[in-house]
Structure formats: C-alpha cells, structure tokens
Design a protein around this ligand. Structure first.
Ligand code: NDP
Ligand code: BG6
Length: 515
C-alpha cells in the first residue's frame, strides 16, 4: 500500500506532514464559524507543524477589511477561541500568510480578482499551488460561489492532477431532498465528486472516528453487534445552549434539519454499518450509504407515529432562568419550529431487522451530552431473574462522544458481602486519563484531511440524498400540520414526556445520558 493511500488511523501524523503547497480561500471569512473554529484550527495545525511549508490563506467576504484588520481579527479569534494559548513565534510565522480579498459572492469580477491574486502568488513562489475553497457562508450563496468558481476557471485551476482544486461545503447541504439534489447537480457541473468535501463536523470528533476502531479492531464486540444480542440503540445529541443569536437561521431549520439529518444520522450509519472491505474512503462511505438505504420510511402519524417534535419553554439551565423559544429574539410569533426531535428508525437488513434505533436531539436540554448507547438484551431470567430480588440491568455499551469522551460498559456485579446481592456497575475508558485532555478539534482534522485529499470523514453526494430521503416526508408532514402535534418541554429538562412514548411502545426507556 502506498503512503498516500494509507488511512490516517493507521499512519498517524506522518502522512499529514506531506500536505501539498496550498492556498486556502475561505468564503464568509468575517463570519462566526471562521472566527470561532476555522482560524483557531489553522493556528493549531501550525503549532503542530502540520500546515504545508508553502501555505497561504485568503479570507473572502463582502465586508471591507484591509489585510492588517483581517490579521488582527484572526489574532483575536485565536486569543479567544483556540484550545491552545497564543504563541508569539508561531503567530509571527503564520500571520504574514493571511490576507483578505473583498468581493461579493454574486459578482464574477470579484472571483476574477481572486484568480489574479492566486496567479500572482504562484508567480512569486514560482510554483503551482493546490487551491482549497472553503464555503463558510449562509447556504443562500453556496450556488453563486460554486458557479463563479466554475465560470472563471478556478474549479479546474492548473493541469496537475496532484494539485487538483477542492471545495469544502458547510452544512446545511440543502433543506430537503429536492434542494440537496439540485445543489449536487450544480456542484457537479463544475467539480468532480473527488473534488467535493461536504462537511459534517461530527465526523471530525475523535470519539466518532474511534467508533470504527472500537467496532472493527476489537474482536469481542463484532460478534454481538446485531439483532441476536442488541435490544435497541439510542443516539442522543443534547445541547444546553438555546438558539442564541442564530434565530434567523434556526427558525427556518429546526432540530430535524439542523442536527438529526446530518450529525445523528452520521452517528447512526457508523454504528450500524457492515465492516468495510478496507479503510479507504469509498469503501467506508459505500457501507454507510447501504445502511441509510435500508432505513424504512417513517410512520407519519400524530398518535403512534415514529417521530416527536417539541419546543422549549422557559426554564432553568444550570440554575439560571432562560426564556422559552417563542421569547427568543428573532423568533416569529407564528413559529412552529421544533427545538427537539426524536425518531424511531427501523433498519431493514440482515443485521438489524427488529432492532429500533432511537435518535433524539434538542436545544436547552439538561446537559450538553452526545452519546451512542447500544443496549443489549437481558440474559435469560433463570439464576438472577426472579422477582425483584436482584438488581439486574441490561448490559449497555455507551460511546461518550462529548464531553468526557470515552466508552463505558454497564454490567452487573455481586455486591461484596455474605448475602448474594447484585448491582449494576460501570467499566470506564476515558480519553483524558489515557491520552491527556488536549485533543485536536474536529475542524483541525477536517481541514487537514481536505488539504491532503482524504475524504473519508466527509459526506458523499448519494449519502446526503439518502439521509434527506428519510427526513423529507416528515418535514412535509410537520409543515402541513403546523402547531398541531407540536409538544413542549421545559428548558433544562430531558425533553417532552411524549418522546417516552416512542420507546414505551416497544417496552424500552430512554436512558438518562451520562449515567
Ligand atoms: P455567518 O452568518 O456568520 O455568515 C458568514 C459570513 O457570510 C458573514 O460574515 C458574512 O460575511 C456573509 N454573510 C452573512 N449573511 C449573508 C447573506 N445573507 N448573504 C451573503 N453573505 C452573507 O455564518 P456562520 O459563520 O455562522 O456559518 C457559516 C456556515 O457554516 C453556514 O453554512 C452554517 O450553517 C455553517 N455552520 C456554522 C456553525 C457555527 O457554529 N457558526 C456550526 C456548523 C455549521 P460578509 O458580509 O463579509 O460577506
Ligand atoms: C451545528 C448546529 O451543526 O452543531 C448547531 O448548527 C449546534 O445548532 C452545533 O449547536 C453543535 O455542535 P457541537 O460540536 O457543539 O456539538
């Protein structure tokens, strides 16, 4: 296997040090994501010596900003948001490679100006660069950016296949199946699939990558990872935050589009997929798509259906009173946007037939916690099963995605003493105690992977469409019924009581995440 085709799980950092000379262009460079995540990620890659020796970063946006102001904006973003403190020498080496290009996203001339600047840099360095375009704007301008990159020739810049331009596209990728297909069609006019990196930052999280290692590098789990042994799987992505200043975006989106269609579906497909034939990106993504294809259409009913939606009302989060969703700034009085949704999914394949996968995500929940809990079946109640005499629980394997990253196995044990009493106990593996706490942020991994051309942790076009295929009928159903069927939950709680129904119908219960 050649060095360049090996997967980073196996090669560690050595592969990354070969990142090609790159000009990174971020569209939407004055924005929140660039400030909080992307610039700090570049800084941390630089600290780790993982940026290519020849590296340039051009911020693109409509806002007027001289280069000095953009460097100051970048320095402040590192001060405020980097996981590691600012090191003056690293910053001094990096900042001269940061510059800003002012232009409108729908103005072809602005893109020609950007192209001229890129040609100037190449002339100055007397070499070709790989171009990496990162679209970090609201989705309303994804299309003009992609079209202009194609029309002015930047999408095919240079003739060297090794340095082929790449485009990273932020979420949301469409708002339903039709718009996702349309976006895929537009991108395909200008970029080949291998140039396209659809981002889902959950795939960049350490624990999510570790899921593949847990499943396929340990022989004890795979034999029991199926309908013979697993009773149900619960995937929870809970946030304490409310909508904050993002009501304009969020009210058009809701929890189903914002979190379920992408992040929780990705967690599901990694948890449920078959072993890939190899670790190359296409083999892994083929298996993920197969799982999504096997998911059955949701039962769309108010009573007895497969989905619940709810909005938070005023409540206490960490002892602090917070307003309800309808009182948040920018939320229209007519809003019926869900801030919580829960689904019950059936995967109709050999491995999972009959095992419900429960997904839930909400804002303003009791704790910020994301986890995948695989609940195993009860042992036959022969020895310790009679009556209520013994405290026996089903085994659960919990992959703690965040915070407090790690894996917990819940099992039963005998309480020490002369009488036979049992009690559920936990075996923990903690990332921080084993590996230290300063692990790379998801965006560091994802920027680096896009720079080196590894698309494993990005979403393929057919994958995003399959996910929208499952979600879109539900979006239409909820839209048709407006506020009818919309439940409520108190901010700071674990969600609406109605979501318990999804599980009770199968005699299951939501676990209390973190327990
Ligand atoms: P912002 O709202 O901060 O917008 C980014 C930049 O785009 C702005 O600074 C502005 O730059 C330009 N812009 C804003 N509104 C418009 C508009 N209506 N038309 C044209 N340009 C506009 O977005 P974020 O940085 O929060 O998000 C960027 C992308 O990343 C989005 O697709 C979002 O869904 C995604 N994302 C964001 C996350 C976050 O935590 N912020 C998390 C995950 C994904 P200028 O005026 O200078 O052109
Ligand atoms: C984003 C959503 O994709 O993920 C946000 O748009 C959400 O609404 C965020 O807050 C959560 O990400 P994380 O990494 O903090 O769990």
């Amino acid at each position: 296997m050649s060095e360049s085709s090996r997967h980073p799980f196996l090669t560690g950092l050595s592969k990354h040090r070969g990142a090609k000379p790159t000009i990174l262009v971020i569209f939407g460079a004055s924005g929140d994501l660039t400030m909080r995540k992307l610039i700090p990620a570049l800084y941390n890659l630089s600290v780790d010596n993982l940026l290519p020796a020849d590296f340039k970063f051009i911020g693109f946006g409509r806002k007027q900003m001289p280069n000095e102001d953009f460097r100051e904006f970048s320095r402040k973003s590192i001060d405020d948001f980097s996981r590691r403190a600012m090191d003056a020498d690293t910053w001094a080496g990096l900042e001269s490679n940061f510059e800003y290009h002012c232009g409108a996203y729908d103005d072809l001339e602005a893109f020609k100006g950007l192209q001229n600047r890129i040609l100037e840099i190449e002339k100055e360095y007397n070499r070709r660069f790989q171009l990496l375009f990162y679209i970090s704007t609201p989705p309303s301008v994804f299309e003009p950016i992609i079209t202009h990159l194609g029309e002015c020739g930047l999408a095919n810049h240079g003739s060297d296949e090794e340095l082929i331009p790449k485009v990273v596209i932020e979420k949301p990728f469409g708002k339903d199946l039709e718009s996702a297909r349309a976006l895929n069609t537009i991108i395909a006019k200008h970029f080949r699939e291998e140039q396209i990196y659809r981002i889902d930052h959950y795939l960049g999280k350490e624990t999510v990558q570790d899921l593949l290692v847990q499943r396929f590098a340990n022989s004890i789990f795979e034999p029991i990872w199926n309908r013979e042994y697993v009773s149900n799987v619960q995937i929870t992505v809970a946030e304490q935050l409310g909508v904050g200043t993002r009501a304009g975006y969020y009210d058009q989106s809701g929890a189903l589009r914002d979190m379920i269609q992408n992040h929780t579906m990705q967690l599901l497909s990694l948890t449920a997929m078959e072993p890939p034939v190899s670790l190359d990106p296409e083999s892994i993504r083929d298996e993920k798509v197969k799982v999504l294809k096997a998911i059955q259409p949701l039962k769309l009913k108010h009573e007895g259906g497969d989905a619940i939606r709810a909005q938070y009302t005023e409540g206490l989060v960490e002892g602090k009173r917070v307003p309800g969703y309808m009182e948040e700034e920018g939320v229209p009085a007519s809003s019926f946007t869900e801030t919580y949704s829960a689904l019950r999914l059936s995967i109709n394949n050999w491995r999972w037939k009959g095992v419900p996968f429960y997904l839930r995500s909400g804002k303003r929940m009791a704790r910020r916690i994301s986890e995948i809990a695989v609940q195993f079946k009860q042992p036959p109640g022969i020895l310790f099963g009679e009556g209520n005499k013994y405290d026996i629980t089903s085994n659960v394997m919990v992959i703690r995605v965040q915070p407090d990253e790690g894996v917990t196995l819940i099992m039963n044990s005998k309480v020490p003493g002369l009488e036979t009493r049992t009690q559920p106990v936990k075996m923990h593996f903690n990332y921080s105690t084993t590996y230290g706490s300063n692990t790379p942020e998801a965006y560091e991994r994802l920027i680096l992977d896009s720079m080196i051309g590894d698309s494993t942790l990005f979403i393929r076009g057919d994958e995003t469409e399959e996910s929208w295929r499952i979600i879109t009928p539900l979006l239409d159903f909820w839209k048709e019924y407006g506020k009818t069927g919309l439940e409520h939950y108190t901010a700071g709680s674990w969600g609406p009581l109605a979501s318990e129904r999804l599980l009770w119908e199968n005699k299951h219960e939501w676990r209390r995440p973190g327990n």
